[in-house]
Ligand binder design. Structure first.
Ligand SMILES: Cc1cc2nc3c(=O)[nH]c(=O)nc-3n(C[C@H](O)[C@H](O)[C@H](O)COP(=O)(O)O)c2cc1C
Length: 316
């Protein structure tokens, strides 16, 4: 198989990505200039930082700590609010107008009704896809726990957002549950067009000299290589349960990691923390490594690898 015979493009809910590697929300998705740089360096899609109806300051510092093979963060969804985010997405579209990079707008709210309002407002920027972040572990919600914690609340948000927009929606799930597949099924039944798995894994680190948690928010979310096996399992479980496309996120930093996610069932793969080590070119490098793997292993299309680790696997 030669490089030019490998087709890296994937279809996500009717939207064509030039390759399956997506910038995950919250990492460099804070400005149009940064999203342009990631897009131009080879990402198939870029996701903006999750935005809320009103601007949010987030938690006090420290909000991010480097921990072993990953990060622990409790940024608290600091963002300039949906009105400003509409402008950021419009500018991103303008800057990337001569490329085929897909733009994903991410939304967050503290109530079901709030999700509908942010979805409607951000849709004015016409992102190609809308990601619904119901899984941030570091912020307060109407029902206490994140909406992704229970099938009923996850489905309620999904239904409300579907009614508020015509843009296909990706619902982002949490690993901090007993069985993610139950939640995946609930959001699929409620109308989700795709799911993203996973958001960060809840965790805590303690400064033993000060005898107190290091993060100002005390607890936070773990990301990076440490969570990859958790993410792979979550994607695998979801693939067994739902038929909508899955975006696999969590600990991916190489083409081999991305292929592993695909074989677990992911049609596209989100990359976040790896950018902190590898820089803006990380996503383009990972996409190239996926292409190299396909050449070396005679896979003509990405879909040939999706779900392969399941017995009788294949794209779904
Ligand atoms: C500093 C930081 C900020 C994040 N902000 C968001 C966010 O705004 N919305 C969201 O859905 N996920 C957010 N995430 C989660 C990532 O999108 C991703 O799901 C998670 O980090 C796992 O992927 P990774 O191991 O490749 O980083 C954030 C992660 C980090 C490290």
């Amino acid at each position: 198989m030669s490089q030019d015979r490998v087709d890296l493009s994937v279809d996500l809910c009717g939207v064509r990505l030039p390759n399956p590697i997506i910038l995950a929300s919250g990492i460099l998705g804070t400005s149009a200039a940064l999203m342009e740089r990631v897009g131009r360096s080879g990402a198939g899609a870029v996701t903006s930082k999750s935005c809320s109806l009103q601007p949010r300051e987030g938690h006090p510092n420290p909000t991010v700590i480097k921990w072993g093979p990953g990060f622990l963060n409790a940024v608290g969804l600091a963002n300039p609010g949906v009105e400003a985010q509409v402008e950021i997405l419009r500018e991103t579209r303008h800057r990337l107008r001569d490329t085929d990079v897909v733009i994903i707008g991410s939304i967050f709210a503290e109530t079901v009704e709030g999700f509908a309002r942010v979805a409607e407002a951000l849709s004015a920027a016409e992102p190609d896809l809308l990601e619904v972040n119901i899984s941030c572990p570091n912020v307060a919600h109407e029902f206490g726990a994140p909406f992704a914690s229970a099938p009923e609340t996850a489905a309620a948000v999904t239904r409300a957002v579907k009614e508020a927009t015509d843009i296909p929606i990706i619902v982002k799930l949490s690993p901090n549950v007993t069985d993610i597949a139950v939640i995946a099924q609930a959001v699929e039944e409620a109308g989700a067009d795709a799911i993203a798995a996973i958001n960060t894994v809840s965790g805590m680190a303690i400064d033993i000299e000060a005898a107190r948690p290091i993060l100002a928010n005390w607890e936070g979310g773990i990301s990076g290589p440490a969570i990859k096996p958790i993410a792979v399992r979550c994607v695998y479980r979801c693939y067994q349960t739902v038929s909508i496309p899955i975006i696999g996120i969590g600990g991916v930093s190489s083409g081999a990691d991305a292929v592993e996610m695909m074989m677990a069932g992911a049609r596209a793969v989100g990359v976040g923390s790896a950018v902190f080590w590898g820089g803006v070119d990380t996503l383009g490098r990972i996409a190239q490594e996926v292409a190299d793997f396909m050449v070396g292993h005679d896979y003509a299309r990405v879909s040939d690898m999706v779900g392969l680790a399941h017995s009788g696997g294949g794209e779904r």
